[in-house]
Design a protein around this ligand. Structure first.
Ligand SMILES: *Cc1c(COP(=O)(O)O)cnc(C)c1O
Length: 231
């Protein structure tokens, strides 16, 4: 069995190799270590192994674990990413704690975040979550509505739109997964071309099962949990 530190090295190596394979120059995609299956002790091990970007999918857990792990690692500039669906009535728990909220997929949610951030006198980094798999039960704005929502978000004073996030369908069909990531990249480049925000530079996609495909298709951030901590 490999240690958490060895798993992190392995994932980073795989990211670099995927990037080379696809002929993508530039900095390596950022690894967001998803901590939802891990306890504080395991997360501290990941931090000791160099993890800086950490991701949680539930807001209550984000609050609790961020407090614990941050207290245990003074002086480390840890960045907590809120990657899961966020209900509007829980927005205040995430704003200010999350370095970035990846899962904004409606106008009302974006407005709620902007107004919560305004009360704290901060600007909250966010991403627009896009549903590239066309699965009806999935979160994310439909591809066809994404540009319009991005334009609206870019006008809100207390949020900063930093990119797009997507999830591939749960399937073994690699071609379907790849098609979703390719669609996200295309949309990402299209929105980037509109120059809505100088901060619009990230494409968050890829999890344990598919992060190498995501990197090949242009991800700048991958969100990996079970490949590091086990299931
Ligand atoms: C859990 C989760 C991940 C990580 O999943 P793994 O398959 O364990 O790598 C990534 N993104 C989101 C939104 C998640 O909820």
């Amino acid at each position: 069995m490999q240690t958490i530190a060895q798993n992190i090295v392995q994932v980073k190596t795989n990211i670099k190799q995927a990037q080379t394979r696809a002929g993508r120059a530039g900095p390596a995609a950022t690894l967001i270590v998803v901590t939802k299956y891990a306890d504080a002790e395991q997360i501290n091990q990941a931090v000791a192994a160099g993890a800086v970007d950490l991701g949680e999918s539930r807001v209550q857990r984000l609050q609790d674990i961020a407090r614990q792990v941050t207290a245990h690692n003074p002086g480390k500039q840890l960045k907590w990413h809120m990657i899961g669906h966020l209900q509007r009535n829980k927005v205040r728990k995430a704003v200010g704690i999350a370095a970035c909220i990846h899962s904004v997929d409606t106008l009302r949610l974006a407005e709620e975040i902007s107004s919560a951030a305004q009360k704290l006198k901060i600007v909250q980094n966010v991403m627009l979550q896009v549903n590239t798999s066309n699965e009806p039960q999935k979160y994310g704005v439909p591809v066809g509505a994404a540009i319009h929502l991005a334009e609206q978000m870019a006008t809100m004073p207390n949020i900063r739109l930093t990119g797009l996030m997507t999830m591939a369908p749960l399937t073994d069909e690699q071609s379907r997964i790849r098609a979703c990531f390719a669609r996200a990249y295309e949309l990402f480049m299209e929105i980037k071309g509109e120059a809505l925000s100088p901060y619009f530079e990230h494409l968050s996609m890829g999890m344990s099962n598919d992060y190498q495909i995501a990197v090949e298709e242009g991800a700048t951030m991958v969100r990996v949990g079970s490949a590091i901590f086990g299931k």
